[in-house]
Design a protein around this ligand. Structure first.
Ligand code: XUL
Length: 513
């Protein structure tokens, strides 16, 4: 039996899933929630408190402690870790980790008697890591745009984007030049955790590497001119990039304490969105994915290569081959949950009840929940924008107002990606039938879910199974990703949304001012 472990280090927690790729079976799964399981790190939603609402950092030691904890949980649950013969992984995209020259030595000498967080503490040249929710690099994006112009988007797949690692590195070098100077290696969360697993510096894949504004998607190599415009002496600090997933190295002897066989192959990690695309089996034609997680994302395999004319969307490498498009909305599940809690409603109301007692189009009442600075569209002044008295309205009206505004905004911003016959939906909110039916009606497509809610961790395990066990992505998708729930568009509702779309777009445009 050859089992594959997939690890997903997301914004709010770490998930692990073990699959038997030959039998097409999920063997077991475990998870760690950063807020409830590791409260001492003061990151309840995976983010440290900061007086500036645009600054969003996390503590990289939290990710390490979570890695030890999830493996411990697998071991305690009796997972057959000695039969795992390869490991894959993915992480929240764009977060950057700053390491000094002690990093390689510490990795090489990890002592199983102690834990990862304690041993790696001296390896950081910057104690915190800016993550994808950070919008504080406006000045750096402007400087990069001035230096490189529209070629930045043509070359890297995205214009200068606040949360991308390049502008974040530029801000660090500008504001903390000494600490930048002490930085020997800058990893993304994915390549950082992969390095820890293999006990040496790991390469970065193009799925995550493309989220930096530094990678030339024509050559799949770092762009020297952009690197020079980003920060002094940057190229030697960046990890090697691999053109497609490969074995990054053998598992470090440190992890033998959990029962793994020595040196099993660890495959290069990727970003959570590329991994989810694979885990949803959505590399097939005519299919796009909507991931309703901390962020809401819309993405699809891309053919032919193109960039978003409006400048919000991105192009990333796709681990199963070629490229993928992606559009990201920062105010996803946390915004929905805030509205639900403020309205004192259960998840059942969010799931269906609220949608039964209101009508598609919500009589023209919409609310854009920009509680956090939004990415798509770019909004730095936070707050909810509604065209009615939101707090006085009935809870079910508030819920429909939020969900319809989110879904119609997603439709408007994803038009450049194309039209699809099937939307596959994942993430916590994909359990809401009301949200799934709204997606089907607004997009006028079939909406499907698959059985796992851990699409990213599953995708990471599938990537490892492809690289190490040699099983094709198509056959992995046939085993692991059959559709479980199917929603068809309802003609009358489709018409209702088509009719109210112009009014919604006017409302949205006014809200952006
Ligand atoms: C994608 C993005 C988020 C993060 C966190 O560009 O910023 O989806 O990957 O999930």
């Amino acid at each position: 039996m050859s089992l594959c472990l997939g690890l997903d280090s997301s914004t709010q927690g770490l998930k692990a899933v073990i699959i038997d790729p030959e039998e097409g079976r999920i063997v077991c799964a475990q998870s760690v929630h950063f807020g409830s399981d590791l409260p001492a790190y003061l990151c309840p939603d995976g983010v440290l408190d900061h007086p500036d609402p645009l600054v969003k950092h996390s503590n990289p030691l939290l990710w390490l402690e979570a890695l030890d904890l999830v493996l411990q949980r697998l071991q305690k649950a009796g997972a057959p870790l000695s039969q795992v013969n390869c490991i894959g992984g993915d992480a929240q995209q764009h977060g950057s980790v700053y390491l000094n020259d002690k990093f390689p030595g510490i990795l090489a000498g990890l002592n199983p008697v102690s834990n990862l967080a304690v041993q790696l503490t001296p390896a950081f040249s910057r104690k915190t890591s800016p993550i994808w929710m950070d919008s504080s690099t406006g000045e750096d994006c402007a400087a990069l745009t001035t230096a490189i112009g529209s070629r930045l988007q043509a070359l890297t797949g995205s214009p200068a984007i606040e949360r991308f690692a390049g502008p974040q590195i530029r801000k660090f070098a500008r504001t903390e030049p000494e600490a930048y100077h002490e930085t020997a290696r800058i990893h993304l969360v994915s390549s950082f955790l992969c390095s820890v697993l293999i006990g040496e510096d790991a390469p970065l894949d193009t799925g995550d590497g493309a989220g930096m504004n530094l990678l030339d998607l024509g050559t799949l190599e770092w762009n020297k001119e952009i690197a020079e415009a980003t920060a002094p002496d940057l190229l030697p600090k960046l990890p090697k990039v691999v053109k497609k997933p490969e074995i990054a190295g053998g598992l470090s002897p440190y992890f033998a304490k959990y029962g793994f066989s020595p040196g099993i192959p660890v495959v290069t990690w990727t970003g959570d969105n590329p991994a989810s695309l694979v885990g949803m089996g959505a590399f097939q034609k005519d299919m796009a994915v909507v991931s309703l997680g901390t962020s809401d994302t819309f993405f699809a395999a891309m053919d032919p290569y193109r960039v978003d004319p409006a400048g919000f969307g991105h192009v990333f490498g796709l681990p199963s081959g070629g490229f993928m498009s992606l559009i990201c909305f920062k105010n996803g599940s946390l915004a929905r949950d805030r509205v639900r809690t403020e309205a004192s409603l259960s998840w059942a109301a969010f799931g269906q009840d609220a949608f039964n007692s209101t009508v598609p189009g919500n009589d023209g009442r919409w609310a854009l929940p920009w509680f956090e600075a939004e990415i798509t569209p770019l909004i730095t002044k936070t707050g909810i924008r509604a065209n009615f008295d939101f707090s006085a309205a009935a809870p079910e009206v508030r819920i429909r107002a939020i969900v319809e505004a989110q879904v119609m905004s997603m439709r408007a911003h994803s038009l450049w990606i194309g039209d699809f016959k099937i939307l596959r939906v994942t993430g916590g909110a994909s359990q809401s039938a009301g949200i799934l039916q709204t997606l089907a009606n607004v997009f006028n497509t079939t909406v499907e879910t698959i059985s796992t809610s851990n699409a990213a961790a599953l995708g990471a395990a599938m990537i490892a199974a492809n690289v190490v066990v040699g099983i094709s992505y198509q056959s992995l998708a046939t085993s692991f990703c059959p559709a479980t729930q199917i929603f068809q568009p309802i003609t009358l509702s489709v018409q209702a949304y088509a009719e109210c779309l112009p009014a919604f777009l006017d409302f949205k445009k006014a809200a952006e001012q």
